[in-house]
Structure formats: C-alpha cells, structure tokens
Design a protein. Structure first.
Ligand code: S3P
Length: 434
C-alpha cells in the first residue's frame, strides 16, 4: 500500500504540463471501436487501471486488441458481434466500464456477469437495470441497493422513450449503446446536460445520435438502430479532470502560470474553468482547430487569491468529478464556498461529500456537511495531517494538492487508487513542485 508525503510549498507554480488521455473518452473509444467493423487505431489512450479494465473485458468478449506502443491500441472490431465469455467480467474499480458495457451486453444473445472491486461492488446499478430491463433484457444484481455482481441476460430488445431520473452520462451511454443494436428509435430525456462524449464520438465511427431541445428546453436524444459503425483512427485528448488538480493549485497561488496543451475542452466538461473564473482566477481556453469529434484546446491558468463561490444546479453535472478539488479550492479561497445539488457525489468511488468534509476538517478547515454537498469557510491556514484516501483516486489527488498549501507534513494513505485514472500523478507532482 503506497502513501504520499506532501510538504508545504510557498513558491508560485510554473509549468507546461502534458496530460494523460481523457478517461471517459478512452473507455468510449475502445467500446465503439470494438462494435465497429474494421480495424481502429486509438492513440493517446489513457493506460490507467480503469481503462485497461475495459480493454480486458472487450478481449474476453472475443475482440482482438493489439498494443503496439504506449498509449496506442489497435482494435479489430467485429461489426457488433461478440463471443460469450467464459467466467465473469472484471470491471475492477470502474463504474464507467460496468455501466457502459451493461448497455452493450444487454443487446447480446448470451448471459454475462460483471463484477468489480469492493468499491464498485457497493455502487448502485439499478439506474442501468431499469432502462435496460424496459428494453427487454433481464438483469440481476444483489440486495435492495442493486449492487454488483450484475448478471445480464441479453437478447432481442425493443426501443424505449426514457426519462433519466438523474443526470448520468454512464446511464445515458448504456442506453445509447444498447440502442445501436435495436431496430427503431430510442429517445432519452436528460434532466440536465451531462458529458456528451458517446453522442459526439459516434460520428467518428460513422454512427449517429441526434440531440434537440424540446419546447420546455429539455434535452432529448434520439438514436435510431440498428447502426453499422465503421472503424476509424481516433486521437484521445488530454483529460481536463486530471488537469483540474494542477489548475486549482495554480489558480490559488498568486504569481503562478501553468499551461496545458491538447486538453479536451468539450463544453460539457469545462465547468471547472467557469467556476475558477468566478473565484477570481485568470483562466483562458484557446481552442485548437480540429476535425475530430471532441474539441481540443490549450488552457492557461494565472494564479491569484481566490474568492468563495456557489456551485449548484445545472452546473453540477459539468464539474461532477472536479468537486473534490473544488472543495479544496473553497478551503483555500477567502469567504464561503457552497456546493449543493451534488448528492450524486455520495455514490461515487466513495462518499465524496463525507470524505472531503472529514479530510478538510482534519486539516483545520471549517466545513459543514449537507445532504447534497458541503459549505466551506475558506481562507484560514490549513495544517498538515494524515488523511485516508478512502481508496478513491480523486480524494487522494485533491488532498495531495491541499497538502502543498498546508503547514507541516501531510500524508495521504493508500494512494495506489490513483492508478485508476492518473498513473503518472506522483511523477507530475514532483515536476510541478520543483
Ligand atoms: C463518467 C460519468 C460520470 C463521471 C465518471 C465518468 C463517464 O459518472 O462521474 O467519472 O465516463 O460517463 P455518472 O454518469 O455516474 O454521473
């Protein structure tokens, strides 16, 4: 079990950082390439435990995948045909692997069982079971919370009109992936817009998913199947959710100047930029011309003394993975930062509301816990502390950044979880601070 030791730094941060590939986009690139007909080359793929779990599951489903060099996967798609696997499919810590593949597997004429690690085995699967059962698949999970193992008996499905009860790109994507195999049109109504990578990336594989706003400005997606996807070459952009840790560190330290090239700037993911701007940081996005489905850009952050803000409502889905590090930004900012409408944080890799409340309090911050978020009185000096990671990569990394601002030594326990999304984090941390 690894631990991470952090010491207070007072110098401004100056860095030009190369980011790892986007996690959400890497999962989807592998899955869409596996469904497509022909050989796709995915470059910039995030070789983290989560995304490698998706690769391993696809291989067990009969997809040949070559790995000629780091970050490059060549995927021999079988045009929508998969083989019945022997044994269970291990999604490890990855909710995205389990939920997206549940959609794909619901449309296959065989039975599969998806399993995960302790954290994933406690996460709710009813949210994917409901729509996929309504489409005609048979799904089974354990207990009243419908936790993994998740068994799926797929088969001939029919289209549905589904109103998502929560804003979830994983659930939306599971339904879209199932719909690709079904004759007819499935519609999905989203309560608020959330990351739209599946929809955009389908076009790279010559598929389609249309989105429109109805008269009441609600987001409706429609997918008409069956669709034949075609192989392509796909370049995965840098992950803005990984950039977020460095963005907050730089934004909160006056005199810092940090720049990220080739980062994904899909508008459903750039909420962190808007929040940090509201907190007073000088941040700009320079879009790059691209013919790819996913927008790319350079982000530059110039540091200042941050001010508190409120993060709530429709904005939450856009910053859902950045909320732990934004809670750290709140602790470093002057005034009050309120995060509300974020009850989804309680069902992530750990209960991220409770984890951040406990850890920020251990560092001396004044934090109130709410059912749907937290309220932080920022600006007081933080003290070094020994903090659990709760086995959650984003908690570990957010608290590591807090450790750079805290007086004395901070130790984050059990940081091997960081490998699920950012294997090079520790290495980047030493170059960021030197
Ligand atoms: C993801 C969607 C989000 C996010 C997760 C990745 C995705 O989860 O928190 O890290 O790739 O679709 P939800 O769909 O549960 O909101």
């Amino acid at each position: 079990m690894n631990h991470l030791h952090l010491h207070h730094t007072s110098a401004p941060f100056h860095a030009q950082l190369r980011l790892p590939g986007d996690k959400s986009i890497s999962h989807r690139a592998a899955i869409l390439a596996a469904i497509a007909e022909g050989t796709s080359t995915i470059s910039g793929f995030l070789e983290s435990e989560d995304c490698l779990a998706t690769i391993a599951v696809l291989q067990k489903l009969g997809i040949t995948i070559e790995h000629p060099e780091h970050g490059v996967f060549v995927i021999l798609g079988r045009g929508g045909f998969f083989s019945e696997p022997s044994g269970t499919l291990d999604c490890k810590n990855s909710g995205t692997t389990m939920r997206l593949l549940a959609g794909l597997l619901a449309a296959q004429p065989f039975s599969t069982t998806l399993i995960g690690d302790d954290s994933l085995s406690n996460r709710p699967m009813r949210r994917v079971m409901e729509p996929l059962s309504a489409m005609g698949a048979m799904l089974h999970a354990t207990g009243i919370k419908a936790n993994p193992p998740l068994t799926i008996q797929g088969g001939r499905l029919h289209p549905i009109d589904y109103k998502l009860p929560m804003s979830s790109a994983q659930v939306k994507s599971a339904i879209i992936l199932a719909s690709l195999f079904i004759p007819g049109t499935t519609t999905i109504m989203e309560p608020t817009a959330c990351r739209d990578h599946t929809e955009r990336m389908l076009t790279s594989f010559q598929g389609s998913c249309f989105s429109l706003l109805d008269q009441e400005e609600r987001h409706i997606l429609s997918v008409t199947g069956p669709q034949k996807l075609r192989a392509c070459s796909f370049q995965v952009p840098g992950d803005i959710s990984s950039a977020a840790f460095w963005m907050v560190a730089a934004a909160a330290r006056r005199g810092s100047h940090v720049c990220f090239d080739n980062v994904g700037v899909n508008p459903t993911r750039t909420g962190i930029v808007e929040v940090l701007k509201r907190m007073g940081a000088d941040i700009s996005i320079q879009p790059h011309p691209t013919t790819q489905a996913e927008p790319l850009g350079t982000i530059t952050v110039i540091g200042t003394t941050l001010q508190g803000t409120i993060i709530q409502g429709e904005e939450i889905a856009n910053v859902i993975d950045e909320l732990p590090i934004l809670a750290v930004a709140g602790a470093l900012a002057h005034g009050t930062t309120i995060i509300k409408d974020a009850q989804e944080l309680r069902v992530k890799e750990t209960d991220r509301i409770s984890a951040m409340v406990t850890n920020l309090r251990a560092m001396g911050a004044t934090v109130a816990e709410r059912d749907d978020g937290l309220e932080i009185q920022g600006g007081a000096p933080l003290n070094g502390a020994t903090l659990p990671s709760y086995g959650d990569h984003r908690i570990a990394m957010a608290c590591a950044i807090a450790g750079l601002f805290a007086y004395g030594e901070t130790m984050i326990e059990n940081t091997s979880c960081i490998k699920t999304s950012y294997p090079d984090f520790e290495e980047m941390l030493s170059s960021f601070t030197s």
